[in-house]
Design a protein around this ligand. Sequence first.
Ligand SMILES: NC(=O)c1ccc[n+]([C@@H]2O[C@H](COP(=O)([O-])OP(=O)(O)OC[C@H]3O[C@@H](n4cnc5c(N)ncnc54)[C@H](OP(=O)(O)O)[C@@H]3O)[C@@H](O)[C@H]2O)c1
Length: 283
Amino acid sequence: MQKITLNNGVEMPMEGFGVFQVPDKSQCKTAVLQALDAGYRLIDTASAYMNEEAVGDAIRESGIPRKELFITTKLWIQDAGYENAKKAFQTSLDKLGLDYLDLYLIHQPYNDYYGSYRAMEELYKEGRIRAIGVCNFYPERLVDLCMNATVIPAVNQVECHPFFQQKEAMAVMKEHHVQIEAWGPFAEGQKNIFTNDILTKIAGKYGKTTAQVILRWNIQRGVVVIPKSVHENRIQENINIWDFTLSEDDMEAIAQMDLGHSEIIDHFSANTAKYLNEFKIHD
Ligand SMILES: NC(=O)c1ccc[n+]([C@@H]2O[C@H](COP(=O)([O-])OP(=O)(O)OC[C@H]3O[C@@H](n4cnc5c(N)ncnc54)[C@H](OP(=O)(O)O)[C@@H]3O)[C@@H](O)[C@H]2O)c1
């Protein structure tokens, strides 16, 4: 598994395992154990996914040394602000049963995220988090944060797949030395991505599946991917992407699939800001 060096020197695996929409504890624990067994070392959870305990259980049961793992969780909007963020960080650590995080991310660019980020900068400087970053920060917010923070975010996790390739946002991240990490690398299965004609044709050439081609394409563009699955065969399939390389022509053919916008969530819409701010994860 290839690793990428973040802007603070920390090494991050280029592929991880995501656990969004796996609220069932036993299913989540089983899936994470299967992922760890298959060779994934980066696990991506969030306080809002309601499964940090299950991830922690799987980590302990796997017996894999802590330093070999790269554990990410995220701070929800409701917990924004300096004091709240410090409390939420400790709650996440307790639920995961860990004493440090590899990556802590602001989940959404709403509420008092500057206060949150100041708390995260302190925790980072105290050595309780190895790297800090954000999610869903589009160029103007990302640049603003980079210009006003004392610690440049190491990672920006954004939706990124063949239908929404984030070309412009990637250029801005590159300029500010922020690593892009793709959420929804399969577009959450939308638009029949797994049976798309262009991807199916390319997959056939390499004896690979469309899922493997999609992940490989992002890896070759320097994008970290965190596919989710609750099926062991798919969990294994999705990590079996390190033995082939897409040609420049095939990379270009996929580049042509870009629609330039999300069909999952629009972070520029007032309704999204309202809906996400109203989404509560605790009293
Ligand atoms: N920061 C954020 O705001 C944010 C937002 C969304 C997601 N994320 C993170 O990114 C991770 C990945 O994104 P996602 O879970 O939203 O969506 P995704 O990984 O793009 O897609 C997951 C879907 O694809 C299916 N799938 C997985 N592998 C497959 C394969 N090889 N063949 C066919 N179908 C396959 C899964 O079904 P089965 O599970 O039934 O196999 C599931 O329905 C999340 O789990 C989470 O950690 C972050």
